[in-house]
Design a protein around this ligand. Structure first.
Ligand code: PGA
Length: 249
């Protein structure tokens, strides 16, 4: 299966012109790269224009609300669908840390995204790592997020393993090692196998996020056994991002 590389632009860039130009540069840069699925997840106000600019790439959203209706400031699954969004990032650690997003909210979002026919990119990852094992908190996050999710929806789920301490904006951040990412991949598959059986676990796409760069992506794919990456900082540097996509395959 082709690798999936998801650009999480976070709250960048500051204006629509910059967003359009960034999207164009990425589209042109990756046009000839086969075997990589590229998803651009811009801030909400730029979704429509970026969708036009990226054409044959996929469009992602960084967040969603679980219902339509009178929810001031929120954006629903249907609204995202109508804009051509295919992937929705759910449970990013920045939302948990700065906006108080809880496991329960994440569960509602995952269910709404999957029920709406979109793919959910569910982020899990520990705040700190003290030993060499993947902390059980990661498994708890996964189980809580998937409460009530039926097996047949799993094909639209991607799990992003994002150790919070490895995200480039955290103080002292450094990327995880490919060996650890491999352990996380095995650990996540084991949890999914326990919940849904081996077949679902084997076909689940698991990606890594946390200080991914053009220089280290290859080792996460090859040695870390990852199916792709969720990319923050490097996704708004178009030249680096294009090299990153090229190096992922
Ligand atoms: P980073 O961000 O690549 O800048 O570490 C990843 C993320 O937060 O999804």
């Amino acid at each position: 299966m082709s690798k999936i590389i998801i650009a999480n632009w976070k709250s960048n860039p500051s204006g629509i012109k910059e967003a359009f130009s960034l999207a164009r540069k990425i589209r042109e840069g990756v046009a000839k790269i086969k075997n990589a699925e590229v998803v651009i997840a811009p801030p909400f106000p730029f979704l429509e224009q970026v969708g036009i600019a990226v054409k044959n790439l996929k469009l992602g959203a960084q967040n969603v609300f679980w219902a339509d209706g009178p929810y001031t400031g929120e954006v629903s699954v249907n609204q995202l669908k109508n804009l051509g969004v295919k992937y929705v990032i759910v449970g990013h650690s920045e939302r948990k840390i700065y906006l108080g997003e809880t496991d329960d909210m994440i569960n509602k979002k995952v269910r709404a995204v999957l029920a709406g026919g979109l793919s959910a990119v569910l982020c899990v990852g520990e705040r700190e790592r003290n030993g060499i094992e993947i902390p059980p908190a990661v498994g708890e996050q996964l189980k809580n997020a998937l409460l009530g999710v039926k097996k047949n929806f799993l094909r639209n789920l991607i799990v992003a393993y994002e150790p919070v301490w490895a995200i480039s904006t955290m103080p002292g951040a450094k990327p995880d090692t490919p060996d650890n990412a491999f352990k996380a991949m095995v650990y996540i598959r084991k949890i999914i196998s326990g919940l849904y059986g081996q077949e679902s676990a084997d076909s689940l796409r698991i990606i890594y996020g946390g200080s991914v760069s053009a220089g280290n992506i290859r080792s996460f794919m090859r040695d870390g056994g990852m199916d792709g990456a969720l990319v923050g900082g490097a996704s708004i540097r178009p030249e680096e991002f294009v090299s990153l996509v090229r190096n992922s395959i």
